[in-house]
Write a protein that binds this ligand. Structure first.
Ligand SMILES: [Zn+2]
Length: 246
């Protein structure tokens, strides 16, 4: 299988401090080639790729900056909540999420920094500065809402999640992510009640006007859903969430 060849070629590259400079263009090419394939095949490829990075993160053999500067120095008091979905099938493990965001979020930013203050990271060993059991994690979110309504803590509140597509907003918000693909769907009542519970219990200081979908901050994404915002005909599930907070 072509993916096995790629993995065995990439594995030794991961030891180079700028491994992602070589791997990102190949990954882009792989994505282009997979576009003609079935949804199931594309899903499988994504899982293989994310798990490749997740496994190497767990093994500790990806070159990272393991003595990084404080990544959370610009953290501000939390006055906003941003809602996301993974846009993947439910059941995302936190390990796969970390591998996925290492390659989808952190690697492109270190290859070509978009945030002005980040110019100095270009080509440098990647870091998140967020350690769990001695290993860095690359989660963008603070909370995960599972389909059965169980909530999981990811980042702590004093850690900045790279999630909003806006640095100031990253610094002052927390991110809640639904574990699933809500592109054209509404979360179940169980999931909505769970998300509302997080906001009510943990962030009572956040004004309801400061609860946003990712798409309201970054117009280039449809995250968390095409059905998030209300239109002339349908009530979006943002309004359902806000009603649960009353
Ligand atoms: Zn999002």
């Amino acid at each position: 299988m072509v993916i096995d060849e790629i993995k065995s070629r990439w594995a030794p590259l991961l030891k180079n401090s700028d491994w992602y400079i070589a791997i990102l263009p190949e990954l882009e090419e792989l994505r282009r080639q997979s576009r003609g394939k079935s949804d199931a095949e594309q899903e499988l490829l994504k899982i293989e790729l994310y798990d490749f990075f997740a496994e190497h993160l767990a093994a500790g053999d990806i070159a990272l900056d393991n003595d990084p500067p404080n990544a959370d120095a610009e953290r501000k008091p939390i006055d906003a909540v941003i809602i996301h979905h993974t846009s993947n099938p439910p059941g995302m493990t936190t390990e796969r999420l970390s591998g996925m965001e290492l390659i989808r979020l952190y690697a492109p930013e270190f290859a070509a920094p978009k945030y002005k203050a980040d110019k100095k990271i270009k080509g440098r060993p990647i870091y998140s500065g967020h350690f769990r059991n001695g290993r860095q994690v690359f989660w963008p979110y603070h909370w995960f809402v599972r389909s059965d309504g169980v909530v999981e803590r990811l980042l702590s509140d004093d850690e900045i999640g790279w999630q909003a597509g806006d640095w100031d907003m990253n610094c002052r918000s927390i991110a809640i992510c639904f574990d699933g693909d809500l592109e054209n769907a509404r979360p179940s009542d169980t999931e909505l009640v769970a998300a509302a519970g997080i906001i009510k219990e943990r962030y009572p200081q956040v004004a309801h006007e400061r609860i946003f979908g990712h798409r309201e901050i970054n117009p280039r994404t449809t995250c968390p859903s095409n059905r998030f915002l209300s239109d002339a005909i349908h009530q979006g599930w943002k309004d359902d969430l806000l009603e649960l907070l009353k």
